[in-house]
Design a binder for this molecule. Structure first.
Ligand code: NAD
Length: 417
């Protein structure tokens, strides 16, 4: 059966099933892990600019908190669904465990199209959502962060709404805030930067050269832009990038900072001078050394996995590859650095932001970047060694590391009552 419209939660559960079988996991612990601990659905009535009331649907899923408070971003997108949020929450649990930071996993989302909304409408929606989930979040309970179509401004509104409800300022309730409100240096660029560091480590481990190495990046938002800028500064040749409208390609490469300026001016990367426009599907199948999917989930499926020509895939996005596509890529010898490792730089610096907030400190960019770099080098190395030792691919090795840490914590905690 085609997995073109694959349910992301099924994808996440399939990954866990494969991992549990490989680990010979206690079936009871597997059963705990496959179910999110709490799911919340809220309805959000908003006065729109045209005077009408519109009711939006929001979700917050808290998958597991055996290792610490729940942590996970909030996504605003018209295709957000409960199953997508459940999958993303599960992946957050593994991600925090793979890089060994003391958090569990959660995720949130609102079904909306921000491109059709004014700033005032987005602010009201964010404040209403925060109010509705306010009793489930908190600095020691669940700490949200940005994801697709949410940003530092969104986090500022969440911080303000939560603080008003509490009666005092609580910067540590969210991460990814503006620097002036206790945000961390380096948080905005952390995910893309981390993805680039993982790509560099993969190249090193595989004996590949980064100088002029052709790179294709799908998605030119927070993750895609910062991955492109960092990889360009490392000497890679960025030959293709895309956004929701389509992609651009030039085999001789281009400067991603100029594409960024073009996108700010025109609203899309398409039409950047000296490049050829192409579709997102064509972009994924370009000849290149490194492919960095940094947009939505379910982009590499059993429909196109066989056509992927990249030697290495580094998953900046969450869940861009389905389980069926993984099988095809493995068979074709494509080396893949999985999302729970490749995009963990964001939650790593979110963690550093939370630690700074709790301790009322503010660290320099150099200090933050040093900690990010060291954490990702160590985590990559640990997953690589697990892969070698157990004869696994990188996804199964990363899941093995993360899931085992969570399972061990559950065993140590025991069951209440
Ligand atoms: P963003 O909203 O900043 O950017 C999303 C980009 O994807 C935009 O350029 C948009 O045009 C593009 N896009 C949307 N639909 C597309 C499509 N069908 N084809 C190609 N491009 C499309 O979002 P972001 O924060 O960069 O997140 C991107 C991915 O990275 C998501 O999967 C997210 O879960 C993951 N991620 C983000 C963070 C973070 O810190 N922001 C951390 C970890 C993982």
């Amino acid at each position: 059966m085609s997995d073109d419209n694959k349910n992301p939660y099924e994808n996440a559960c399939n990954q866990l099933r494969i991992c549990s079988a490989q680990m010979d996991m206690d079936p009871g612990i597997h059963e705990i892990l496959i179910h999110p601990k709490m799911v919340h659905t809220v309805s959000l009535p908003i006065n729109m600019d045209n005077g009408e009331i519109k009711v939006f649907t929001g979700y917050r899923v808290q998958h597991n908190d055996a290792r610490g408070p729940y942590k996970g971003g909030i996504r605003y997108h018209h295709e957000v669904s409960m199953d997508e949020v459940k999958a993303l929450a599960m992946w957050m649990t593994w991600k925090c465990a793979v890089i060994d930071i003391p958090y569990g996993g959660a995720k949130g989302g609102i079904v909306c199209d921000t491109k059709e909304m004014s700033v005032r409408e987005k602010e009201h929606l964010t404040r209403r959502y925060t109010t509705m989930i306010s009793q489930f979040i908190g600095p020691y309970r669940d700490v949200p962060a940005p994801d697709m179509y949410t940003d530092a401004q969104t986090m500022a509104w969440i911080m303000d709404t939560y603080s008003v409800l509490k009666g005092y300022s609580v910067p540590e309730v969210v991460t990814g805030k503006p620097i002036g409100l206790g945000g961390s240096e380096g948080r905005t660029e952390a995910t893309g930067r981390g993805t680039a560091i993982c790509l560099r480590e993969a190249a090193k481990a595989l004996g590949m050269n980064l100088k002029d190495a052709p790179v294709v990046i799908q998605g030119f938002g927070n993750v895609g832009v910062h991955a492109a800028l960092t990889l360009y500064s490392m000497g890679c040749k960025i030959i293709g990038v895309s956004d929701s409208q389509g992609g651009i390609y030039n085999p001789d490469g281009f400067d991603p900072s100029k594409v960024m300026a073009h996108k700010i001016e025109t609203g899309t990367v398409m039409g950047f001078p000296g490049t050829k426009n192409l579709s997102n599907n064509e972009l994924l199948e370009l000849e290149c050394d490194f492919l960095v999917p940094s947009a939505l989930g379910n982009q590499i499926t059993d429909q196109n996995a066989g056509n992927i020509k990249a030697k290495v895939i580094v998953e900046g996005a969450n869940g861009p590859t389905t389980t069926e596509a993984d099988v095809i890529l493995n068979k074709n010898g494509v080396f893949l650095v999985p999302d729970i490792l490749a995009n963990s730089g964001g939650v790593m610096v979110s963690y550093l932001e939370w630690v700074q907030n709790i301790n009322r400190q503010h660290w320099s960019l150099t200090e933050v970047n040093q900690q990010l770099e060291q954490k990702l080098i160590d985590s990559f190395r640990n997953v690589w060694d697990t892969r070698e030792r157990m004869g696994l691919n990188m996804r199964d090795a990363a899941l093995g590391v993360g899931v085992k840490r969570v399972a061990d914590s559950i065993q140590l905690l025991g069951l209440f009552p």
